[in-house]
Ligand binder design. Structure first.
Ligand code: GTQ
Length: 372
């Protein structure tokens, strides 16, 4: 909406007297609200980020090249970041979410650290990856989802004999930095002592429908650290037999904290959604930012009127309040999209809003041409 002639919106015209007045205010580090009011109070959210796709087949060789160029001991973390062209200033992929591709050779290990930012990982390839979180060693396989909540000691490595492991990192670093609340600590011994059975949290909390009576769990994040692909995919397949799912999201499962049923961490949530063969969802939009990872299949998404074709392990993003809809191009197989988001922040601050696209049978017109 154009603000120029709207009653109740700022529409003061420049005059020489006013310009002189603004300059005088500026000398005292003050300013006139009406010169910025319409910008700082938009009619609806204006995302800085633009919709983006990062194609795995293009990035994979570059990720592998980093194995020869830097050692984890020097780099701390050997990660290729995915940066939104409009978010270089905060190193975000979309909104205030960061993502990157981390790679490790067999035998390599990154040192332990902890920070105020929360982290999650989605495993892409390789079979020897592990992460150690608060003394628990967790083994990682393709399409597994693992969390390293804020304040927890964590370190990663690859102890396979075969080849490199690659996984996607997702962190809320830009959010925590914007809130000016980030801390970072290196573990005093550089590595943790593993003090719990292998995959202890999966053994304790990883069984749907039951949970231990553990009244002492008071932390703000899920005690279950890993959500395996095999469990999640089977859950989706069974859900598909029992439900139509959502017209906007297909069959959508949220990864939850088994103690609360809520999101896995206080700032970031995650989902895995299944699109049936040939399914085209309807468009909707919501506040909050989402980073998707194509776990299975191929298709395309229309985001803010632009088509993005995707295949396995591509990563794409939907900025806040952007219309989006997804299409599975396969005629006989499902497609699965992993995603993580900042919805817990939006919801806990009561600023989450969602809207269905009402025009054109619920589908956007492609206005920006295909993205290649
Ligand atoms: O593994 O903890 O991609 O601290 C960026 C920052 C990964 C990590 C990243 C991090 C990590």
């Amino acid at each position: 909406m154009n603000d120029d002639n709207v009653e109740g919106r700022a529409r003061v015209k420049h005059t020489p007297q006013l310009d002189a007045y603004y300059e005088e205010l500026a000398e005292y580090d003050a300013g006139a609200l009406w010169t910025v009011a319409n910008d700082i109070e938009p009619w609806e959210p204006k995302a800085h980020s633009i919709p983006m796709i990062w194609r795995y087949r293009q990035l994979r060789p570059l990720v592998l090249q980093s194995l020869e160029l830097v050692r984890p001991e020097e780099a701390g973390r050997r990660v290729v970041m995915l940066v939104n062209p409009k978010r270089h200033d905060v190193s975000a992929a979309v909104g205030l979410l960061y993502t990157g591709l981390q790679v490790m050779n067999p035998g390599e290990a990154a040192s332990a650290h902890r920070h105020m930012a929360s982290a999650l990982r989605f495993i892409i390839e390789g079979d020897g990856a592990y992460t150690i979180v608060e003394g628990e060693r967790v083994t990682l396989e393709r399409n597994d989802f693992v969390i390293t909540p804020n304040g927890t000691w964590h370190e990663h490595g690859n102890d396979s004999g075969s080849g490199p492991c690659i996984w996607q990192d997702g962190l809320d670093i830009p959010l925590i930095n914007t809130l000016e609340a980030n801390f970072y600590e290196v573990h005093p011994d550089l590595h943790q002592r593993v003090g719990k059975p292998l995959n202890a949290s999966c053994k304790t909390y990883g069984h749907a429908g039951v949970r231990p009576l553990e009244p002492d769990w008071r932390k703000a994040y899920s005690p279950l650290l890993k959500y395996s692909w095999s469990h999640t995919y089977e859950a989706l397949r069974q859900y598909a037999q029992a439900s139509e799912g959502s017209p906007f999201d297909g069959l959508m499962l949220e990864y939850v904290n088994p103690m609360t049923g809520g999101p896995v961490m206080p700032t970031m949530g995650a989902h895995m959604q299944m699109l049936r063969a040939g399914q085209a969802t309807r468009a909707h939009r919501h506040t909050g930012n989402v980073i998707y990872h194509v776990a299975k299949g191929s298709g395309y998404s229309i985001i803010a009127g632009q088509r993005f074709d995707w295949e396995e392990h591509d990563i794409f993003c939907v900025p806040s309040w952007a219309w989006h809809e997804h299409v599975n191009l396969s005629r006989d197989d499902d497609a699965c999209l992993f995603s993580f988001n900042d919805f817990p922040v939006m919801k806990s601050l009561s600023i989450y809003r969602e809207e269905a696209y009402a025009l054109n049978g619920g589908h956007q017109l492609i206005t920006h041409g295909q993205e290649n």
